[in-house]
Design a protein around this ligand. Structure first.
Ligand code: PAF
Length: 284
């Protein structure tokens, strides 16, 4: 596995691989890899035969400076995990390499109005800007994003369509601990008590699924059921519990279309997100 820090060198290497007919798979990350990231590489390998992973903690997508400054990092461990997972190149640019004199940004309207977009001003603009740059640098054939950041994944798919990026986006399922907690680099910040309490998040989504399977379609009732489960976990605050249409991420009142049920909850200063996708009416 090679570790490359410069855009020009990376481009040269990829050009050679493409000329050999290799299909380039790409997994963008901010490092501090866990099984969730590795599952994205596994997914990528199904559709491609040369794996590139970027590790770049993208300052411009953090609306909270302390969140950026405390973002966990363990590069040596990341390199080992990535190599074992079959990554061929790690792209590890620094801030100057990515943003020297950058005055351009990319945004996706409408899809970013609810969920995290409503609570993290500027976050998605930072994500779309860096992902556009990474797509132009790496020029992958496919790129894999996790369902855990569902608003990010759906909006990036739209960005790819709207801006005619010549690549395919693959959505990979959420990876959970045995007890249901969705894997996240931020879980590292949880105390053992907060870690236990945080299970209320996945439990609330399970509860939503159960009541929908039992015939409930009213979003107001579903949210109220979820809120009582989340409150049992004694969260420091609930950022949102929302139900939106999968198609346009717009708020809905009834579960009558394919939907996303999502929540963001603070345990201490750690903000965790989770979601499930519901095919209209059957709780899948
Ligand atoms: O999902 C993430 O880790 C980040 O938002 C991404 C896609 C790597 C962009 O910085």
């Amino acid at each position: 596995m090679e570790i490359i820090k410069e855009i020009n060198i990376l481009r040269e290497k990829i050009k050679v691989r493409k000329s050999e007919g290799r299909v380039i798979g790409f997994v963008p990350t901010m490092g501090f890899l866990h099984k969730g990231h590795l599952s994205l590489v596994e997914e990528s390998k199904k559709y491609s035969d040369f794996q590139i992973m970027s590790i770049f903690v993208n300052r411009i997508q953090f609306n909270d400076t302390s969140d950026f400054e405390s973002y966990p990092s363990d590069l040596q461990k990341d390199f080992k995990l990535a190599e074992d997972a079959g990554v061929d190149i790690i792209f590890l640019p620094d801030d100057a390499e990515m943003y020297r004199n950058n005055l351009t940004s990319v945004d996706v309207e409408i899809l970013t109005e609810n969920l995290c977009g409503a609570h993290r001003p500027g976050h998605f603009k930072g994500v779309f800007t860096v992902v556009s740059k990474l797509f132009n640098i790496v020029q992958p054939d496919i790129a894999v994003f996790g369902q855990k950041d569902i608003q990010q994944a759906i909006s990036i798919q739209k960005m790819v369509n709207d801006l005619n990026f010549p690549l395919r986006i693959v959505l990979a399922p959420i990876v959970r601990e045995k007890d249901g907690l969705a894997l996240s680099s931020r879980n590292k910040h949880l105390t053992s008590e907060q870690r236990e309490n945080a299970l209320c998040l996945s439990r609330s989504l399970e509860k939503a699924k159960q009541v929908i399977e039992a015939g409930e379609t009213s979003v107001r009732n579903i949210i109220s059921e979820m809120e009582s489960v989340i409150r049992q976990g004694n969260p420091d605050s609930i950022d949102y519990i929302s139900v939106v249409s999968y198609e346009d991420l717009g708020l809905i009142n009834e579960i009558d279309v394919k939907s996303v049920i999502a929540a963001a909850v603070f345990f201490g200063s750690t903000r965790l997100i989770d979601n499930i996708i519901i095919e209209a009416g059957n709780g899948k």
